[in-house]
Design a protein around this ligand. Sequence first.
Ligand SMILES: [Zn+2]
Length: 355
Amino acid sequence: MKAMDSARWLGANRSKSKWYRDDLQRRHRVEDALSCFDTSGAQYWRLAQSHARPRMKLFYADHFVLPLPPGHRFPMEKYQRLRMRLAASGKFVDDDFRVPLAADDATLALAHCPDYVARVARGALSAQEVRRIGFPWSAQMVERSRRSAGATLEACRAALADGIAANLAGGTHHAFRDRGEGFCVFNDAAVAARAMLFEQRVARVAIIDCDVHQGNGTAAILAGDDDIYTLSIHGAKNFPFHKETSDLDIELADGTGDRDYLAALKAALDRVFARFDAELVIYLAGADPFEDDRLGRLKLSRAGLAARDALVLNACKARGIPLALAMAGGYARNIDDTVDIHATTILAARSMFGA
Ligand SMILES: [Zn+2]
């Protein structure tokens, strides 16, 4: 980068995150390192990769197994399969895969009623509350839910340091302040967004929720938060049948395909970033807008879902906004499709942001 361009680039992004400034410094260090000797293209690429681009960390908790009765419709095994698929891709090393700490009561209470957190922890939920969540209560369910929230928290912190990171689960956006529903116990994105503000790491967070189901819990918890923007793009007739009000809701008709979905998402992203100067984005990359999903009512192809990811990734990258991903839902008839869709998202994020 020429000195003049660097100065202009830095000036234009003076208010951006520490990651953005560090990224510029890294580029300068690489250029300094290269200036003292003649470097071939391949050498340059290797040096640039090793010095300029931080590694993308992936937080996982799939080994904290939540026991489910036989025939339960939640595809719990997708998480381990996703991690194995990414490990086999050759794009990640062992150290990129991290086990998060469990989110403690005080952290969960940033977005949840302390009484709800305590009752989840000690197994004191009513039968109706348990039914609404959709998982039988167990100590393992509590631990897994804490770890999953912890994974999004740590992904946010890692994204602020490295530009990009992911929770290989999470996106439990149906959890409300004082109750869970739809396979969601704690709302990881709401907890993490509030925690990043509480820790004074950033001043504004945007949650971009592209799961086919509305992020109703997220919308309700964060309704009064001016410094957290919530966007949900979802099937109008999908669960939940009573929708909450996000900062921006895009409701799509049954059977909406790639072209209309992508046009609606592009317009929504333009609107979000025109109004809200996000310093961190949490992206819920649900696999369930897929045309062969058992629960979703939209008809996105695999290519359409990849184009959706590219829209979100590009929107953040172009503006220098760090990005933390969570996987959210995915219930394809063939579980391999769900795993492939999630893996494609992670690999696209890695190739655009990380190393
Ligand atoms: Zn969903």
